[in-house]
Design a protein around this ligand. Structure first.
Ligand code: ZN
Ligand code: ZN
Ligand code: ZN
Length: 108
């Protein structure tokens, strides 16, 4: 599957969904924002490119597929992502564990 076909919006997005804000080897996830149902690599990209404030997913919406692995293109539910141990369950790529510091920006 071609990740580029998922149409991730942001600043300086590369083929594995890194952006100009977060671009280490492990910054390979994109998050779909509830407000616009659009994938962005990070909240700063949303801030830069969207014309509205970001909305967070609610606790009862963890079954929604809102996380994209930029390596293999698999979409994960929020629940699966939170239980993934910072590793893609499909391709085993490591995700940046520091993303956990920002969970509150994306999920309740
Ligand atoms: Zn939005
Ligand atoms: Zn960004
Ligand atoms: Zn993956």
């Amino acid at each position: 599957m071609n990740v580029k076909s998922m149409n991730v919006v942001g600043v300086g997005v590369d083929s594995e969904t890194r952006c100009s804000h977060y671009h280490t080897e492990k910054d390979i996830i994109a998050i779909k924002f509830k407000c616009c149902e659009t994938y962005y690599p990070c909240y700063l990209c949303h801030e830069a490119c969207a014309d509205h404030p970001a909305e967070q997913w609610q606790v009862d919406e963890r079954h929604v597929k809102a996380i994209l692995c930029g390596h293999c293109g698999e979409e994960l539910t929020i629940e699966a992502y939170l239980n993934s141990g910072s590793r893609c369950p499909t391709c085993q790529s490591s995700f940046n564990p520091n993303c956990q510091l920002h969970y509150h920006l994306y999920f309740k």
